[in-house]
Design a protein around this ligand. Structure first.
Ligand code: NAP
Ligand code: ZN
Ligand code: ZN
Length: 352
């Protein structure tokens, strides 16, 4: 086993602290990755705070990993030492259920193994990417296209695929009006991706403070949801609304913005249930849906799409020691637009 540096949560509320964890020996189908960058997703915070249910501590989170292959098992054919690779939210699945066979491992009927907080096949709890190394089955390791900036690519592994997948499924493209609610980590990538797919893109943010950025990312229009007139002005206008907000929103108000047969997809995951009045769905035959990350093949497709269209996350590189401040800024919607931990700063935690 390999002992590696990491930052871990020890309770729902205490700051993350430097620690060491172990990674399993490299099995025949495993890839040992030296982590270079790890993105900071709002899900990391929800998980540690117990928003989605109790967890076991200590827990290392992080499911947006970019790194370099250090070693491969004897049976590995798809990755080689020195390759630039990525790991996202899923590190294993049953591979046999209907959903796995369809390439939708995110919906594995046996329950997939998440990058952190899941019971692994050896019975241990998986530990995530705020760390220097990770060992992952080759089938769950993605290739990072050369054209993408290595230091910026990590957030695509969760924020990118989580927005790409519903945009594709609900056919964002020319002649489709897409709204993105919340312009944080997921939201800013949703804007870039929907624009690249050819859709007309509108941002619905709490205020107009990030409007210039939104337009730079490809938004055609930008509205403040704090201004109630927005909801009158935009009634019956969108084919698709992607809700990326980490807190509850008033669904009925947003559903009324959908035109006939439009769909509001929530990818934001607040702990509270979101009530819906059925009459908001009756009008215009609207749908309310959810979507979870994406399968492995679709994640690779998304990375290749981003390389082709020059789409990169807007990132702020931080040292691991700055993680607690970064989390505070995420919680106050003060993120521009994704924090990424420089894993080189983790290599020195022993000396602190
Ligand atoms: P984030 O960077 O914090 O972005 C969330 C954005 O929502 C904020 O930037 C803010 O945008 C808006 N917002 C926050 N609090 C709000 C409030 N009280 N009222 C209205 N708007 C608010 O978070 P993220 O990393 O993008 O993640 C967003 C959500 O998606 C989280 O709940 C996360 O757990 C979830 N998620 C789900 C999946 C999935 O598979 N479905 C995958 C990844 C993440 P404005 O300032 O522009 O208003
Ligand atoms: Zn995430
Ligand atoms: Zn399965």
């Amino acid at each position: 086993m390999l002992t590696v540096n990491a930052y871990a949560a020890t309770s729902p509320t205490d700051p993350l602290v430097p620690t060491t964890i172990t990674r399993r020996d490299v099995g025949p189908r495993d890839v040992l990755i030296e982590i270079a960058y790890a993105g900071v997703c709002h899900s990391d915070i929800h998980t540690v705070r117990g928003d989605w249910g109790p967890i076991t501590y200590p827990q290392v989170v992080g499911h947006e990993v970019a790194g370099t292959v250090l070693e491969v098992g004897a049976g590995v054919t798809t990755h080689a030492v020195g390759d630039r690779v990525g790991v996202g939210t899923i590190v294993n699945s049953c591979r046999e259920c209907d959903n796995c066979r369809a390439g939708e491992e995110q919906y594995c009927l046996e329950g997939n193994t998440q990058a952190y907080g899941s019971v692994d096949r050896d019975g241990t709890i998986t530990q995530g990417g705020y760390s220097t190394h990770v060992v992952v089955d080759e089938d769950f390791v993605l290739r990072i296209p050369e054209a993408l900036d290595f230091s910026k690519v990590a957030p695509l592994l969760c924020a990118g695929i989580t927005t790409y997948s519903p945009l594709r499924h609900w056919r964002a493209g020319p002649d489709r009006n897409v709204a993105v609610v919340g312009m944080g980590g997921l939201g800013h990538l949703a804007v870039k991706l929907a624009h690249a797919m050819g859709a007309e893109v509108t941002v619905l943010s709490q205020s107009l403070s990030k409007r210039d950025d939104g337009v730079r990312f490809g938004a055609d229009a930008y509205y403040a949801t704090s201004d109630l007139a927005t909801f009158d002005q935009l009634a019956n206008s969108f084919d698709l609304i992607i809700n990326t907000v980490s807190a509850p929103i008033e669904l009925d108000a947003y559903l009324r913005l959908l035109r006939r047969d439009g769909t509001l997809v929530s990818v934001g995951a607040p702990p509270e249930p979101l009530p819906v009045a059925v009459f908001s769905l009756f009008g215009n035959r609207r749908s309310f849906a959810g979507s979870s990350t994406g399968g492995l093949a679709e994640t690779q497709e998304m990375l290749d799409f981003c390389a082709e269209h020059g789409i990169e996350p807007e990132t702020e590189l931080i040292d691991a020691a700055d993680i607690n401040d970064a989390w505070k800024r995420v919680l106050s919607s003060d993120v521009r637009y994704r924090f990424v931990i420089d894993a080189a700063s983790l290599a020195v935690t022993d000396e602190r």
